[in-house]
Design a protein around this ligand. Structure first.
Ligand SMILES: [Zn+2]
Length: 346
């Protein structure tokens, strides 16, 4: 089992450093703990992810750069692994100070440019989803307040170098192949150095925790549209995992959180088994009586902490999607618009 934090003494970390990739583990205010940023010592001098928008994260980043004889002003290219605040909060500040180009998935560029409005629309989307799936009003209200309070850790930023799925990003000393691997978020992007058999994986695949397939408003959903169909995030995520599993030219994954690791195919197989196990467990519960997603979450994890409410319904909805797809459960929506799921008798 890999450790929950980056271990600079591991063989994997040493291999990355030998090839000019240095990890900075930067604090975040979120339950996930520290986030891994990667300095790629190449031309242009590249930083993958930036940490959240906080003075503390910025200080630690500056100190980490200084240990390598570098300054923020030296950065020439900022890469963004995905849309979450712990990864992109400082993009704008770093880009302004350094003049670095900002490279992110093209579909994420307009989203990043209108970050505050997107956050607001995400909250409306989340609110409707939680209502439909049985989360009580007081929990929804509390979660909205939490979401508001967290917003300061993100910020809008301008993407100057839009990336497309499958393109090759050329640095002087290496080529990074760009792959879109949505599921944890709609914008998850991984960067593959085939020659060195390294994958900069962001939050797509993490060793010590299973990445949450967060149900998220699609990147291209119009801002003024209040009823946006929810994506089937776990199914999208499993599809992305299958694509990553098929990569036979990866020895080491450098993730967005926790330790560097090898054996990605075995880890992905473990994830597939875990999700199927959970789906079966939920199916068994729904055979007793039809339940809302929130009732399933409570039955599985007891009282759900407010801050975890959205994560847990995302998780349960993901498994219900698998069961719906296989015809193992069916959905019923009551007069209030609340969805209940019941097992289909075999
Ligand atoms: Zn994330």
């Amino acid at each position: 089992m890999a450790a929950a934090s980056w271990d600079p003494t591991s063989a994997e970390a040493a291999y990355a450093a030998e090839h000019g990739i240095h990890c900075f583990s930067i604090p975040t205010p979120f339950a996930v703990g520290r986030v891994n940023l990667y300095l790629i010592d190449d031309e242009p001098l590249t930083l993958l992810d930036t940490g959240p928008n906080s003075g503390r994260a910025l200080d630690e980043l500056e100190q980490a750069l200084a240990r390598l004889g570098r300054r923020i002003e030296d950065l020439e290219l900022l890469l963004v692994s995905h849309q979450h605040m712990d990864h992109l909060g400082l993009v704008d500040i770093l880009a302004r100070r350094s003049g670095a180009q900002v490279a992110a998935l093209a579909a994420l560029a307009p989203w990043m440019a209108r970050w505050s409005e997107q956050m607001e629309a995400d909250d409306v989307f989340a609110e409707e989803l939680m209502r439909m799936h049985g989360i009580p009003p007081e929990t929804r209200l509390a979660l909205r307040a939490v979401s508001h309070a967290y917003r300061g850790w993100g910020a809008a930023a301008r993407v100057t170098r839009p990336l497309t799925d499958g393109e090759a990003l050329e640095l002087k000393g290496r080529t990074l192949h760009v792959h879109h691997r949505p599921g944890h978020s709609p914008s998850d992007t991984v960067f593959h150095d085939r020659e060195r058999r390294l994958l900069l994986g962001g939050d797509h695949l993490i060793a010590h925790i299973s990445s949450n397939p967060l149900v998220t408003r699609p990147l291209d959903a119009p801002l003024d549209e209040s009823h946006v169909p929810r994506p089937r995030s776990l199914m999208i995520y499993l599809e992305s995992l299958r694509a990553t599993r098929a990569m036979d030219d990866v020895d080491i994954v450098l993730p967005g959180h926790g330790e560097a690791f090898g054996g990605h195919a075995a880890l992905i197989d473990e994830r597939f088994r875990m999700h199927e196990r959970r789906a079966r467990k939920i199916c068994g519960m729904l055979a007793e009586r039809p339940m809302t997603v929130f009732e399933v979450a409570q039955a599985m994890w007891g009282t759900v902490a407010v801050t975890q409410a959205y994560l847990t319904i995302s998780e349960v909805l993901g498994h219900i999607d698998l069961l719906l797809e296989d015809g193992r459960v069916r959905e019923e929506i009551d007069g209030e618009g609340v969805a209940r799921y019941g097992a289909v008798a075999p």
